[in-house]
Ligand binder design. Structure first.
Ligand code: SAM
Length: 237
């Protein structure tokens, strides 16, 4: 077994999140498959069960507690890697319509196999796209998501350029961050892209300071964004 159900339930309850046995079963399967797959393909440095619970699963699901959404909302997770934070969010909210995006083919293969297994335990509405976010934002997905999120992909300034084009007006870009990043690092770019800081939350996750920027889309993103990867990187220097 991954860890005892009661241990996981208590950890989630500290953040006022109710974990059911069914969800726990899905997380156990996720953790086991992640650990097994990680022996042949490098997906994560976090491999101890308690750490997977806190630093991957709990850290992924906490941000949704600070967001208001309706049933059937659409969520895009950019640079999802081994599925974080989008897939744990969908395990907690199976009514969510999730799109996972990553540029790396090995991660996409892992996610395809993982979601097939998870579907046997819990209903999931998940699409998986292999693409760089900045290359894919001019098609039908532009301006179409209620929530766009990304964890550990880039600093706020670059991340906003990846994420904001996909958010619909009135939707949010949820940016979970470590304690060292401030909103000022990306504020002018967020505003240029049509965003506005709606909420800022700080919380302690087992001794680690975490920050969450909830950025509302109040205006359309100018057509010139996102720029190509080379131009984004050059502009940052
Ligand atoms: N979000 C996951 C997490 O928190 O564990 C993975 C983080 S990992 C450090 C960064 C991931 O972002 C990698 O899987 C990489 O392939 C992906 N990535 C980086 N830049 C990207 C881009 N512009 N578009 C799509 N995926 C990107």
């Amino acid at each position: 077994m991954f860890i005892p159900f009661e241990t996981a339930k208590e950890a989630f309850a500290e953040f006022n999140i109710n974990l059911t046995e069914k969800q726990f079963e899905a997380f156990s399967l996720y953790a086991e498959f992640l650990r097994e797959y990680n022996e042949k393909v490098n997906l994560t440095a976090i491999t101890e069960p308690e750490e997977i619970l806190v630093k991957h699963f709990l850290d992924s699901v906490i941000p949704l507690s600070y967001t208001e959404f309706e049933s059937g909302f659409t969520l895009l997770d950019i640079g999802t890697g081994a599925g974080f934070p989008g897939l744990p969010m969908a395990i907690m909210h199976p009514e969510l319509k999730l799109t996972l995006m990553d540029a790396n083919g090995k991660k996409i293969t892992f996610l395809t196999e993982l979601t097939e297994k998870l579907r046997k335990v819990i209903p999931l509405d998940v699409k998986i796209i292999k693409a760089r976010a900045e290359d894919f934002a001019r098609g039908e997905l532009r301006g179409s998501f209620d929530i766009v999120t990304a964890r550990a992909v880039a600093g706020l300034e670059i991340l906003a350029e990846y994420a904001m084009p996909y958010v619909k007006i009135g939707g949010v870009f949820l940016a979970p961050k470590g304690g060292s990043e401030s909103y000022e690092d990306g504020a002018s770019m967020v505003e240029e892209l049509g965003g506005d800081l709606a909420d800022f939350v700080e919380y302690n996750l087992n001794g680690d300071l975490r920050r969450l920027f909830v950025i509302e889309k109040i205006d359309i993103t100018p057509k010139k964004y996102p720029r190509s990867n080379a131009v984004i990187k050059k502009a940052k220097k």
